[in-house]
Design a binder for this molecule. Structure first.
Ligand code: AMP
Length: 549
């Protein structure tokens, strides 16, 4: 079925094929199919992890197919993708028939994943390998390819929510906009599909324990722009440089979910006890920041904690705090529609403690007050400020003007890498020079090339990824899947015919890899145009002293 989806380039044909397939499934299978179609073994927010990597998959495939080592490597090099490698090997060297062979079903795959995730202790490697072996053994070659993609969470058949949600609408005969709206409140597409089928979409609200989409802020280029909609006052908070999280507390457990809706609770054990002690059932929105004494620590330290396998390992060296800035649900009360000022009052009364704190905020009535707030935030070690309308509801998944953000300098852009080139000198043989693009509607428009700013380790990681996700190998240059998002800083934006956006960044440098963002969330050509216009105004001395020194 997925091959049918992959084979057609027509979005409508893809959606109707998927819709027919989803409509044919019973509820349990419908949930499973939606989860797997997202390219993940478990629904968003599920804390379970498979804990098997490419090495383990490769071992099982070699063992099952008995493909000679050099053949395995040659096949991998030919396809550049472990999923397609699996399909090719399973086709060429079918595993020996077993006593209990049965075609794969959604249920057996789900049970296999549960067994893999549940394997613990000394025997866990063996148990995981046995479960993997049994899945691949029963899989057809194409199923094998999709298994690999799901296990490595690497589904790129164009099956992002852009296809899945309309397919759910088509399967259930509901309005696509209604399905999309519900999916902002409950991020699990399986749950949405079942609700759509049973006519229960209108009852969808955020619930403690179920991940939803974050509300986001739009960038402004000058403080007065934040007042553009003639708001009398803005609620101003420090813009923290950490990881955005939603915190769900139910009677059963505390869950901390990242912006990509991964469960990161285990990384921050010191936050769990105070959240448990807070009582109530609630949903908070906030930011986790590395913190020592009265000041934030740089983001890369926090990143070290996220990358560690033993979460408690760096707890003392790199302490963190959770800065809560919103509450969206409290003891059965849905607060999404309440104005920010009222939600903040509720949050204040909950009196978080220890490393769980309230964000620092105050009202500002003029651009000058914003300017002062901005400098105070910078002096205190923060990135900038976030400005929120006191009367605003919380709109999951929206990036509108109810929240705006202001960062220093000319600013940064979030871009996606579309091509990678080999470097020189100590970076010879490593894909270390990246051409990147902004979004222009459905198209990606290149705007610059950068090769500085990342650590050797980060570059090695990106290089390996680009090798495995090359769309076209042009010798020194590889066109790569537009998936990896970078945040780039620059000194100026100029008009230029060198890139197909019509603009170029001067002295671009990579600030960081933004794996928390998808290519759908990168900056747009419209924003580049606006930044360029603002810079021209500034050069002409008409920009009211922007940007700050
Ligand atoms: P950016 O990373 O530039 O896209 O900025 C948006 C991010 O700012 C959000 O995703 C949050 O993680 C972060 N942020 C930091 N402080 C706040 C705050 N006080 N309110 C809302 N978002 C914040």
């Amino acid at each position: 079925m997925l091959d049918e989806v992959r084979a057609t380039s027509s979005t409508l044909t893809k959606i109707s094929a998927l819709g027919r397939y989803l409509a044919s499934l019973a509820d349990d299978d419908l949930r499973r199919a939606c989860t797997f179609l997202r390219g993940a073994p478990f629904p968003p927010g599920d804390p379970r992890r498979l804990g098997v990597g490419w090495v383990a998959i490769g071992e099982v495939l070699r063992e099952l197919t008995r493909a000679p080592d050099d053949e395995f490597h040659a096949t991998y090099r030919r396809h550049g993708d472990l999923g397609d490698t699996a399909a090719a090997l399973l086709a060429q060297y079918p595993p020996a028939p077993a006593l209990f062979q049965a075609p794969l079903t959604l249920e057996t795959v789900a049970r296999g994943f549960e067994a893999i995730a549940g394997a613990q202790g000394a025997a866990s490697r063996r148990v995981k390998a046995a479960a993997l072996r049994s899945l691949f053994h029963d899989a057809t070659p194409r199923e094998g390819a999709y298994l690999v993609k799901i296990i490595t969470s690497d589904m790129r058949v164009g099956l992002r929510e852009g296809l899945l949600l309309p397919a759910i609408a088509s399967a259930s005969g509901r309005d696509a906009a209604e399905v999309r709206h519900a999916a902002l409140l409950i991020a699990d597409p399986g749950e949405i599909a079942v609700r759509a089928r049973h006519g229960a979409l209108h009852e969808t609200a955020i619930e403690p324990g179920r991940p939803f989409r974050f509300m986001l802020a739009s960038p402004v280029d000058a403080p007065r722009d934040a007042f553009a909609d003639s708001v009398p006052a803005l609620w101003v908070e420090d813009k923290y440089d950490g990881v955005r999280v939603q915190v769900h507390r139910t009677a059963q457990r505390v869950a901390i979910l990242s912006r990509t809706l991964d469960d990161v609770t285990a990384v921050f054990p010191e936050l769990v006890a105070p959240l448990e002690a807070a009582g109530h059932s609630f949903v908070f929105d906030g930011e986790i920041v590395a913190w020592k004494g009265t000041r934030p620590l740089p983001f890369f330290l926090l990143q070290q904690r996220l990358q560690r396998r033993d979460p408690a390992g760096l707890m003392d060296e790199i302490p963190v705090v959770l800065l809560c800035f919103d509450v969206l649900h409290l003891d059965g009360r849905d607060l999404l529609g309440a104005p920010l000022s009222a939600r903040r009052a509720v949050l204040d009364a909950l009196l978080p403690r220890g490393p769980v704190r309230l964000s620092t905020g105050s009202l500002a009535r003029t651009p000058e007050e914003l300017d002062a707030r901005f400098h105070a935030a910078r002096d205190a070690g923060h990135e900038g400020i976030v400005m929120k309308r006191p009367d605003s509801p919380y709109q999951p998944g929206r990036r509108g003007r109810l929240w705006t953000k202001w960062k220093p300098g000319v600013g940064t852009l979030d871009v996606v890498v579309v091509a990678a080139e080999y470097g020189h000198g100590k970076r010879a043989g490593i894909l270390s020079d990246y051409t990147f693009a902004v979004r222009d509607g459905a198209r990606l428009a290149t705007i610059g090339k950068a090769y500085s700013g990342l650590t050797d380790e980060e570059i090695a990681g990106l290089s390996a990824w680009f090798h495995a996700h090359t769309r076209r190998d042009l010798g020194p240059l590889r066109l790569v899947e537009p998936v990896r998002v970078l945040e780039v800083a620059f000194d100026a934006i100029t008009k230029s015919q060198r890139h197909d956006s019509g603009y170029a960044l001067r002295f671009p440098r990579i600030v960081r890899i933004r794996d928390d963002k998808s290519a759908d969330e990168i900056d747009t050509l419209d924003r580049v145009r606006a930044l360029h216009a603002a810079l021209v105004r500034r050069a002409a001395g008409t920009a009211d002293g922007w940007p700050p020194p």
